[in-house]
Design a protein around this ligand. Sequence first.
Ligand SMILES: Nc1nc2c(ncn2[C@@H]2O[C@H](COP(=O)(O)OP(=O)(O)OP(=O)(O)O)[C@@H](O)[C@H]2O)c(=O)[nH]1
Ligand SMILES: [Mg+2]
Length: 267
Amino acid sequence: MSRKKAAKGKSSASSPCASPRRKAGGKRGKGGSRSEPQANGLAHPCRPPGLSSSGEFYDLAFKVMLVGDSGVGKTCLLVRFKDGAFLAGSFISTVGIDFRNKVLNLDGVKIKLQIWDTAGQERFRSVTHAYYRDAQALLLLYDVTNKKSFDNIQAWLTEIHEYAQQDVVLMLLGNKAEVTHERVVKREEGEKLAKEFGVPFMETSAKSGLNVELAFTAIAKELKHRATKEADEPKFQLQEYVDREMRGTACCSCRQRCSLPFGIVTP
Ligand SMILES: Nc1nc2c(ncn2[C@@H]2O[C@H](COP(=O)(O)OP(=O)(O)OP(=O)(O)O)[C@@H](O)[C@H]2O)c(=O)[nH]1
Ligand SMILES: [Mg+2]
């Protein structure tokens, strides 16, 4: 029996192609390979789940882009998330653009994130511009020890507004949060700016691992929700999810996700 026939013969309840959420449209991605994601994140509505480049199967795939000034820690954040390691030592600035894939299992659904690591240097800006329109989510970083990177956030938001998809999932991250002595941007300032622009926010540290997993998971949850939600389902509240998750594992004084068990007060 051909695939087409089988799909026709199935009831709408059992056929993934006939279900409303699977029907959501979208072009096939560039290259049109079997596992290439569509614009709405589905690997392909009538085909088995895709296979990532690392050989892992996935149900949904999304493109996430890391943006922000040079040196804020985009590459380190990605390496921490992908490999669980911190790139210490001398700073090697990204040239152009690079990407890594990671498959997450969220409530039994395998989500492939294709994460694009952009160069923060001004001279590569035109390269970055070309990738914005394909990104379904953006993580915009500043460095809490670098005021200029924080002041530039507004310019980044203007650029995002100009080049990214209108409904792109966006989150602001204040990175290098484990640094205490050289910190020049308070968490409250980051929160205030994010509120002003209606963007979810959290502080991260690629060095300590603080909130790194949470940042990517929150983005993936939002994208999954958008791709699979039924019409009457309420919107996924990204900031609420992040706040809840941080509260769940927070120590009493720093209100941040850290390795200390709940109830331990840091000095
Ligand atoms: N203390 C601390 N240092 C960090 C952290 N993340 C990155 N760094 C350091 O900051 C420097 C820049 O990090 P990168 O990840 O290369 O910065 P980038 O944003 O990718 O920079 P470009 O590729 O030029 O855009 C490196 O020396 C890192 O070791 C962090 O969370 N804490
Ligand atoms: Mg880099």
